[in-house]
Design a protein around this ligand. Structure first.
Ligand SMILES: Nc1ncnc2c1ncn2[C@@H]1O[C@H](COP(=O)(O)OP(=O)(O)OP(=O)(O)O)[C@@H](O)[C@H]1O
Ligand SMILES: [Mg+2]
Length: 402
């Protein structure tokens, strides 16, 4: 089962490219599902078919659905939420505000991920293409299995508070039986298990992330930041799709002379910055790309002889090195502002923080007796050098940008 996630800045063409990929894959014989994970769904518009949370057959081999995260949250955490809302209301908080307060942070993103994993694990498809929300929330979504434990810990805290502190108080006020700790534990366990499986899937070779960009510098800058996140969370990006490229005929017009120059420049920049990921060229079409036939035709232009479901390129990955001169961890973090970087060794893990996001990396056993000696950020790469000393280092390091 292959899982492809398309992400990028708002309006660059994520939904179109995701649907075109799915349409072409289905035409070439794969059992394909295109799944919209963007709460502001527009997949149905692009496919010209009304969609819901259950798969709808679009063409032979192609199904599509739009995740209804609210409904999933409701079914998993509905009881937890009604309980919280009731608790807040009894504290004199207005109905609407109580409902808002009872919304659990990150719950909808978690629910979307759970949905992706449920379909991925269902065995019904050879390929699932996910149309993600614009970059900010998408990467949050994709990196959630890493950080989900944080949200879940938050939930558990409420659970504890509810069970041991608030319950006797509210019981007096409401005079009704309240959900036991078991209700919360059940929701947690379900999410934990599914997210655990999804995390393994996202880190496996079966999953690739594809970044969609247009030849505009702000769009490309945002994609570079996404690349840093992909590197930090060790997610495999295999390709970047350069969408809305002006066709050669247009570029020959004198009016587009400047466009021709910048497009060429940006294309080279993208190929260089995102290598060894593949760079796919997606021309601007004379009109919106809508409906199965138009999407499959656009897919043909985009992929040519390549298999849309295959791994199109390599991603930049972290490396562990150990030789006579010492041991090092190297992690490419392109476009990173090194002043936001923090590195610490905690027990047998290396903790890397970038602009408030934190990732723990288990160190290989060969690094067990070593201590962090130096942290450097050079040529867009983080290099953590380890030295042989007694005792495990616990100190935090800031990168000496050089
Ligand atoms: N290569 C293309 N040629 C012509 N029109 C395109 C092309 N790619 C996308 N479009 C059009 O641009 C608009 C935005 O595309 P799309 O909805 O796929 O972007 P998106 O990145 O998913 O946007 P959002 O961030 O809002 O979800 C749509 O009207 C789509 O038909
Ligand atoms: Mg979209």
């Amino acid at each position: 089962m292959r899982l492809l996630l398309y992400t990028g800045k708002g309006g660059v063409g994520k939904t179109t490219i995701a649907a075109a990929t799915g349409a072409l894959a289905a035409r070439r014989g794969l059992r394909t599902l295109v799944l919209s994970a963007d709460a502001a769904h527009s997949l149905g518009d692009v496919l010209d078919e009304p969609l819901s949370a259950t798969p709808r057959a679009i063409a032979p081999g192609l199904d599509a659905l739009e995740v209804d995260a609210r409904r999933v949250v409701e079914s998993h955490w509905g009881r937890v939420r009604s309980y919280l809302a009731e608790l807040f209301r009894h504290q004199g908080i207005e109905e609407v505000i109580a409902e808002e307060l009872a919304l659990l942070p990150g719950a909808e993103e978690l629910a979307t991920l759970v949905c992706v994993e449920e379909w991925a694990g269902s065995g019904a498809y050879d390929l699932i293409v996910v149309d993600c929300a614009p970059t900010g929330s998408t990467l949050r979504l994709v990196t959630l299995p890493e950080v989900a434990s944080h949200s879940l810990r938050w939930l558990l805290r409420i659970q504890r508070a509810a069970a041991y502190v608030a319950e006797p108080l509210v019981r007096g006020l409401v005079g009704a039986p309240l959900p036991s700790a078991g209700v919360f534990a059940e929701a947690d366990r379900l999410f934990y298990k599914t997210l655990h499986r999804l995390r393994a899937r996202l880190l496996s070779n079966d999953t690739s992330i594809r970044l969609v960009v247009t030849p505009e510098s702000m769009v490309i800058d945002e994609a570079r930041r996404s690349l840093t996140d992909l590197c930090l969370f060790q997610l495999a990006g295999d390709a970047v799709v350069m969408n809305r490229l002006l066709p050669a005929e247009a570029l020959r017009e004198p009016f587009f002379e400047e466009w021709a120059r910048t497009q060429e420049e940006r294309l080279r920049e993208v190929q260089q910055v995102f290598a060894p990921m593949a760079c796919l060229l997606s021309p601007l079409q004379p009109d919106e790309v809508r409906g199965f036939e138009a999407l499959a035709a656009h897919g043909e232009l985009l992929f040519g002889d390549r298999d849309p479901a295959s791994r199109l390129g390599e991603s930049v990955r972290m490396r562990f090195e150990k030789d006579a001169t010492g041991a090092r961890v190297r992690m490419p973090l392109p476009g990173l502002d090194a002043t936001t970087l923090e590195v610490a060794r905690v027990a047998d893990e290396l903790v890397i923080g970038v602009a408030g996001r934190r990732r723990k990396i288990a160190l290989p056993s060969g690094f067990a007796k070593l201590e962090v000696e130096r942290v450097a950020f050079r040529d867009e790469e983080l290099v953590v050098s380890f030295a042989d000393r007694d005792g495990a280092g616990m100190g935090a390091h800031r990168a000496g940008a050089s």
